[in-house]
Design a protein around this ligand. Structure first.
Ligand SMILES: Cc1cc2nc3c(=O)[nH]c(=O)nc-3n(C[C@H](O)[C@H](O)[C@H](O)COP(=O)(O)OP(=O)(O)OC[C@H]3O[C@@H](n4cnc5c(N)ncnc54)[C@H](O)[C@@H]3O)c2cc1C
Length: 637
């Protein structure tokens, strides 16, 4: 397998213009002769499918929910970044580019990140034109707030519902194309395999989640916008349905998996309250604009927060990182929260929590301003914890949230399988080893509205695509394999539910490959995951049949894939003998406990090639060159 990033040469600010100019175009009248499959209708998939429909292609769009409006993107709270510099506080395309490369701890591809920063300004214009109700200043300008890892205010938001509002915008654009007949929507349909013919992605095999019917769909190109794999940790802030099946099965068909161990743990989530929990709730990073994070100065101090005087509190982020304070990036904030809890200074019943306190902000700005900025988040917090954050500080703790890893893609967002494109959280693209807040929505929409529609056209125009349909033997073979897997899951008839296994897997991942990792623990985790996977195939209980709605069966297939992916995550984490961004290996840290990169040996993106379940995957390296932002120790002090 050869990795060609296909980054054009030239000055970075001209690359995307140049690439677009060099692309081969398809005559508008000919576009309708080409079918493109888009799997996923979250922000990345919906924006891509709508734009491809608008361009005139024949688009088939798939999602497992009953409506694109229910994609996990709807959960995004805090906002979306763009280098508009509306605040006149010194922002620019270059600064957003710089912050993102630095925030990712110098493990992303410069050309992609620069393009993302350039396109960020178009996204806001597009969404405003669609009617997305971004918050505005009194005079009518769009309002901005700050997110971690930046010293400027560049985050556009719609209260704490930015993802929902953006998704409604993309959904309307998508539905318009559904109405014109350019896009055909397949809700409640799960992609279970990718069909590759002569090295080209030519379609997918799906299961209708209502009737159980297995079907094939042929196309000239396949786009995956299927989201992240955070649920491999079982407890996460992701929607319960989010899974890795589409990208995992594509990996098994030849798409390299990029940097699987780069998984992001978000510092501000509601702490775990018991073993019965199946989901964790994020408290948006935007809260760190006004909330101050602290713990008692002394270990074991169990007094209620309002009885702890100011001089007995430790605002540890403000103390350790005076320049960025509470707005340090997520990886730094999460590790620090863990560290103070490990010292016995954590709060709440479990001791795994820190305070996020708004009392100073309410004194300075007034309660109404805080209510206007974060009202729905405060309400959500109160409903879950039965504590009123206007009166007592919130309690927060890090939780699994986002995956920077995903299928490896080149500059054109194409994977190592010709004609298979990957967008949004499903790819490994722009965030390196740590994503900055409010950059996922930016990337998903940049990919979907502005990059993929060009690059997929260029591919189709240049590729030699034989006419094929779903009667091709490769489809028949893939369908048989999908049916066989389903049968196998149903035939185990064991004693433990899928969720019980998933919870055990999640615990291994969180304990051994979570906020910190070490070679010794990772080796043991790999052994435990293998044993548990073996046990799964002997003892999982999947009730019901394959011929109708069967959520237990749906989950069983997804968890089977999580087992295999979990092993790859640990293998990747074990091979990367350095700390970078969210990947923190205990053996590689500075004296002050910060991540210690090893640029000489690890300045590359790791792309893993599948070679069978019983064989180790092959590692391929995309060397990363930094011409514009020179790697330095990442400091937020
Ligand atoms: C609680 C929370 C808050 C967040 N807040 C922010 C924020 O404020 N700002 C920010 O930038 N980012 C935020 N993020 C991250 C951001 O929301 C996600 O990264 C982003 O929405 C992912 O979009 P996506 O289109 O790539 O995937 P998703 O929205 O996850 O969509 C995936 C789509 O793929 C479909 N799909 C998946 N697998 C299959 C399959 N096998 N077959 C068929 N269909 C399939 C699903 O049905 C769905 O339509 C937040 C994340 C969480 C969890």
């Amino acid at each position: 397998m050869d990795l060609h990033s296909r980054v054009p040469s030239g000055p970075i600010e001209k690359l995307w213009d140049q690439a677009r100019f060099e692309m081969k175009l398809i005559n508008p009248a000919n576009k309708r002769k080409h079918t493109i499959i888009v799997v996923g209708s979250g922000l990345a998939g919906a924006s891509a499918a709508a734009t491809l429909g608008e361009l005139g292609y024949n688009v088939k769009c798939f999602c497992f929910q009953d409506s694109p409006r229910r994609a996990h993107s709807i959960a995004a709270q805090g906002g979306i970044n763009a280098a508009k510099n509306y605040h006149g506080d010194g922002d620019s395309v270059f600064r957003l580019f710089y912050d993102t490369v630095k925030g990712g701890d110098f493990r992303s591809r410069e050309a992609n990140v620069y393009r993302l920063a350039q396109i960020s300004v178009n996204i806001i214009d597009q969404c405003v034109a669609q009617g997305v109700p971004f918050a505005r200043e009194y005079g009518g300008m769009l309002a901005n707030r700050s997110f971690g890892g930046a010293q400027v205010s560049r985050t556009f938001y719609a209260r704490g519902q930015t993802g929902q509002q953006l998704l409604l915008g993309a959904y309307q654009a998508l539905e318009r194309q559904v109405d014109t007949g350019r896009v055909r929507m397949f809700p409640r349909t799960e992609m279970l395999d990718l069909v590759v013919i002569d090295g080209q992605a030519r379609g997918i095999v799906t299961r209708n989640l209502i009737t159980g019917q297995i079907e094939s769909h042929a196309a000239d190109a396949v786009v995956l916008g299927t989201g992240g794999y955070g649920n491999v940790y079982y407890l996460s802030t992701n929607a319960r349905g989010s899974n890795c099946t589409a990208i995992w099965r594509a990996y098994k068909r030849g798409a390299a998996f990029g940097n699987p161990c780069y998984t992001q743990i978000h510092p501000t989530c509601i702490p775990v309250s018991g073993h019965y929990q199946s989901k964790l709730t994020l408290m948006s990073e935007s809260l760190r604009n006004d909330g101050r994070i602290w713990v008692p100065l002394t270990a074991g101090d169990k007094r209620p927060p309002n009885q702890i005087p100011e001089n007995e509190r430790d605002y540890y982020l403000e103390r350790r990182y005076p320049s960025f304070g509470n707005l340090v990036p997520r990886d730094v904030a999460s590790r620090n929260a863990k560290a103070v809890c490990d010292q016995g200074r954590g709060v709440g019943e479990t001791g795994l929590g820190v305070y996020l306190d708004f009392s100073d902000a309410m004194k300075q700005l007034g309660v109404e301003v805080i209510r206007e900025r974060y009202g729905n988040l405060f309400e959500m917090y109160e409903r879950i914890t039965d504590e009123n954050p206007y009166e007592v500080p919130m309690r927060i703790y890090p939780a699994m949230h986002y995956t920077m890893g995903g299928l490896w893609v080149d500059y054109y967002l194409m994977s190592t399988v010709q004609g298979l494109f990957v967008i949004g959280e499903a790819n490994f693209s722009d965030h390196g080893a740590n994503r900055l807040g409010a950059s996922a929505l930016m990337q998903g929409l940049s990919d979907g509205y502005f990059i993929l529609p060009y690059t997929v056209g260029d591919y189709i125009a240049k590729a030699n695509l034989e006419k094929i349909d779903a009667a091709h033997p490769e489809f028949t073979r893939a369908e048989a394999e999908v049916s066989e897997l389903t049968k196998r899951l149903l035939s185990v008839k064991g004693t433990q539910t899928v969720d019980a296994f998933h919870r055990q897997l999640g615990k291994i991942m969180w304990d051994d490959c979570g906020m910190t990792r070490s070679a010794q623990v990772l080796k043991s985790a790999i052994g435990q995951i293998r044993d548990l996977r073996e046990h799964y195939w002997k003892d999982v209980k999947v009730a019901g049949s394959a011929d109708d709605l069967n959520q237990s069966l749906e989950k069983a297939g997804r968890v089977a894939d999580f087992f295999e992916l979990a092993e790859l995550i640990c293998v990747d984490a074990l091979h990367r003998n350095e700390s970078c961004g969210a990947h923190f290996r205990e053996e590689y840290q500075t004296r002050e406990g910060e991540a210690q990169r090893n640029d000489d040996e690890f300045s590359y993106a790791a792309a893993w090639e599948y070679r069978g379940l019983d064989r180790a995957p092959a590692l391929h390296k995309e060397h990363l060159a930094f011409e514009y932002v020179h790697p330095s120790a990442r400091s937020y002090k």
